[in-house]
Design a binder for this molecule. Structure first.
Ligand SMILES: Nc1ncnc2c1ncn2[C@@H]1O[C@H](COP(=O)(O)OP(=O)(O)OP(=O)(O)O)[C@@H](O)[C@H]1O
Ligand SMILES: [Mg+2]
Length: 254
């Protein structure tokens, strides 16, 4: 029904009586990079978690790659998909968090091959070959045999990105991927993300790195209290925000 890679329509989500997402509409085109900004608690993580089904929505619909997430329409009604089907849908979406969550007792190479071998039934040889290429791509060709504890935070996050890419995602979601890093390590992770964007990956990135957003994002979306209050080209949103809320936020953030 749509050529969008992501289509979010009227999404609402509450926790108890707190409505965290209050009607979100957002489309992301293939190869588009959207940076999601907004104050703490505005619903950025919740929105990402709804897109990849870590949270269910209370209202609205989400399509990824043309596929309705989590539900099957039948006779005018939506029916929840079985968990196996939802898992399959989720595998098409790579997610990178602030915390890297690597397996500490597995080597870098094993961390990247584990999911393709276990979940995708890829052969060990094929998975290793691909993982090696991915780890070269994120600049870690010499760390295949290392354990996570031997790596810097920036290196660990690059392993986490390679691990997500190993599942051949059509969409990558990043939730503050550099927020836990020492400042001098932020650049190397952003460089990998920049490279991924240049390579045509569709990405939704929650970040406080405004320079990255300016340079890499095709579009910046500003969320406030569960609503999108600004959406547009980075220079328009940053330099000429139309809402007082975004203006005040960017002024403080500078
Ligand atoms: N599982 C949950 N149960 C209850 N409340 C939740 C849950 N997850 C999030 N919330 C609440 O929803 C609101 C939005 O949270 P969310 O994590 O999406 O915000 P955010 O924009 O990502 O903020 P931050 O910039 O701090 O990461 C917050 O008030 C949060 O406390
Ligand atoms: Mg968050």
């Amino acid at each position: 029904m749509t050529a969008d890679m992501v289509r979010i329509e009227g999404v609402r989500k509450s926790f108890g009586s707190h409505e965290v997402l209050r009607g979100i509409d957002l489309e992301v085109a293939p190869s588009e990079v959207v940076c999601l900004l907004g104050p703490s608690g505005s619903g950025k993580s919740t929105l990402l978690r709804c897109v990849n089904q870590l949270e269910s929505v209370d209202a609205g619909r989400i399509w990824v790659g043309g596929e309705l997430m989590g539900y099957r329409p039948r006779r005018g009604k939506l029916h929840r998909l079985p968990p196996r089907t939802i898992d399959r849908q989720r595998r098409a979406i790579g997610m990178v968090f602030q915390q890297f969550n690597l397996f500490p007792h597995r080597t870098v190479l094993d961390n990247v091959t584990m999911a393709p071998c276990l979940v995708d039934n890829e052969s060990v040889e094929a998975a290793r070959e691909r993982a090696t290429v991915l780890l070269e791509r994120v600049g870690l060709a010499d760390k295949l045999a290392a354990y996570p504890a031997m790596l810097s935070g920036g290196q660990q996050q690059r392993v986490a990105i390679a691990r997500a890419l190993a599942m051949r995602p059509k969409l990558m979601l990043f939730d503050e991927p550099t927020s836990a890093l020492d400042p001098e390590l932020v650049g190397e992770v952003l460089a990998v993300m920049r490279d991924l964007a240049a390579d045509g990956m569709t990405m939704i990135v929650v970040t406080h790195e405004h320079r990255f957003a300016r340079e890499v994002a095709d579009r910046v979306v500003f969320l406030d209290a569960g609503l999108i209050v600004e959406s547009g080209h980075p220079s328009d949103v940053f330099d000429r925000p139309s809402s007082e809320r975004a203006r005040a936020y960017f002024q403080r953030a500078l």
